[in-house]
Write a protein that binds this ligand. Structure first.
Ligand code: SF4
Length: 462
């Protein structure tokens, strides 16, 4: 029956601009042109980007449960959007009141809105975002959809962004109503309608010149609002002037004052964490940084060989109580606790304290003992080799060149987080073992680097 309908229904011609390509064009006309005519020049997507993309899709599917029982107008593949437009029209005509991925087309511009709902004879559009608030680019994106939908002939009573609610803490089954927050953006998108019209016309005209790549210099726009995926092509061969990072500067008085605060035993600590848009376990909220690993090097007395302690959760459940109690046990109750870039670990400790109030006193004592090893490298110990950065990834090679993250399988916190999170999908025990070994080596390196850097500040070779 439906098959026959599809055959009879005339499909609109293929679109010129979709919502995504319109947004590319707003960021940079050259990006849009390359996407359309030179897609092979695109940078490969790395694992972290793929995970973010998948996360967005998962959040979108979940939000559909806010309006259950709808019909799905999703295309079966990326060549079937015009069928989606026809299906949407058919669903509307047939009296369906909830349509997922409802597609519309107007003068070569196509959009698919995540959820379209009819209530009291009026239509409401909802676009789902996996962020915890409405961002400026969401308004332009929604304004494009509003323009296309209303010009295609469907009047909208309101247009809202559904985003994650960062105040929601999971307890038991996922509460979809509380997980999401809904914000109307109609007022803002009405203000952008003229811009959408003009920009749409100008981008369509630009795309008519198939052999005429727009000349756009690289700049800040290459990463705003999203990193462009043609950077490999555009940045290739661009000569950059050797920056001048100034003269070495070492303020001995300030460094001695910093060192004077340190008391034995000295604990060097570092945490690793993972996060997910949708809270997966009790006590988690959207994007909670869940600590799954720590490394601690302890210098008990001057000159003593540093001891090493480590914790690595066995599964992605990452029991926060197990992590906290193991850590408190290692940190004892006296001595300075050094951390590189204190705010991350301090915030995680406060979150763990609120979650496990029975350990409030112990965590407060730990917080009082924290000292930021990054502090002297901000302004009192500066070398040109640090390239104006005080990140440990720059400070370490400048001061301790024999230590390097480059030789490690996992070389930064983002990769550590992705590697741990993906363990739950890893079946082969050898792969699991390899990843866990790489995680242990990476985190150990972070605190060993701190031992070495403290040695540099003290003028001794550890
Ligand atoms: S890398 Fe920059 S200049 Fe090149 S297409 Fe992307 S945004 Fe435009």
């Amino acid at each position: 029956m439906i098959k026959n309908n599809k055959k009879l229904m005339p499909l609109p011609p293929k679109h010129i601009l979709s919502k995504s390509t319109f947004m590319y064009g707003c960021q940079c006309p050259k990006r849009l042109w390359l996407h359309k005519y030179k897609p092979a020049l695109r940078d490969a997507m790395d694992e972290a980007q793929q995970a973010v993309f998948q996360q967005g899709t998962d959040v979108g599917k979940l939000a559909e449960q806010l309006f259950p029982g709808g019909v799905d107008a999703r295309p079966k593949d990326s060549f079937s959007y015009q069928q989606s437009v026809a299906d949407t029209a058919k669903y509307i005509a047939n009296g369906h009141e909830v349509i997922y991925e409802a597609a519309f087309q107007y003068e070569g511009m196509l959009c698919a809105v995540d959820i379209l709902v009819k209530q009291n004879d009026q239509w409401y559009a909802y676009e789902v975002k996996s962020t915890t608030s409405v961002k400026a680019q969401h308004i332009t994106d929604a304004a494009f959809q509003y323009y296309v939908i209303t010009h295609a002939g469907l009047e909208l009573a309101d247009f809202s962004i559904i985003h994650l609610n960062n105040q929601y803490i999971r307890k038991g089954d996922l509460n979809i109503q509380e997980l999401f927050a809904v914000s109307s953006v109609l007022e803002n998108i009405l203000l952008e309608q003229d811009f959408i019209h003009e920009q749409g016309e100008s981008l369509k005209e630009m795309l008519q010149k198939k052999t005429d790549m727009p000349q756009v210099e690289v700049g800040d726009h290459c990463n705003k609002p999203y990193p462009c995926d043609f950077q490999g092509f555009c940045f290739k061969g661009i000569e950059t002037d050797e920056p001048d990072y100034g003269e070495p500067y070492i303020n001995q008085t300030a460094i001695q004052a910093f060192l004077a605060q340190i008391e034995y035993p000295i604990y060097h600590i570092d945490f690793e964490s993972w996060s997910a848009a949708v809270p997966e376990y009790d006590g988690h909220w959207p994007y909670r940084q869940v600590c799954f690993q720590y490394s601690v090097h302890v210098e008990r007395t001057p000159g003593a060989e540093p001891e090493h302690y480590v914790y690595l959760a066995t599964g992605t459940h990452s029991s926060s109580l197990e992590f906290l109690e193991s850590l408190l046990n290692v940190l004892g109750d006296a001595g300075t606790i050094l951390v590189y870039n204190k705010s991350f670990e301090a915030i995680r400790l406060k979150e763990l304290m609120h979650e496990h109030p029975q350990h409030t006193e112990a965590v407060e004592k730990v917080l009082d003992r924290l000292l930021d090893l990054m502090q002297p490298f901000r302004k009192d110990y500066r070398l040109p080799e640090m390239e104006d950065s005080y990140s440990i990834k720059y400070v370490l090679p400048a001061l301790v060149p024999e230590l390097s993250y480059n030789d490690l399988t996992i070389g930064n916190g983002g990769d550590a987080s992705t590697a741990f999170y993906q363990l739950k999908n890893t079946i082969d025990p050898d792969d699991v073992e390899r990843t866990r070994k790489a995680l242990l080596e990476y985190c150990k390196m972070d605190t060993w680097a701190m031992v070495k850097l403290l040695g540099v500040l003290r003028g001794i070779n550890v």
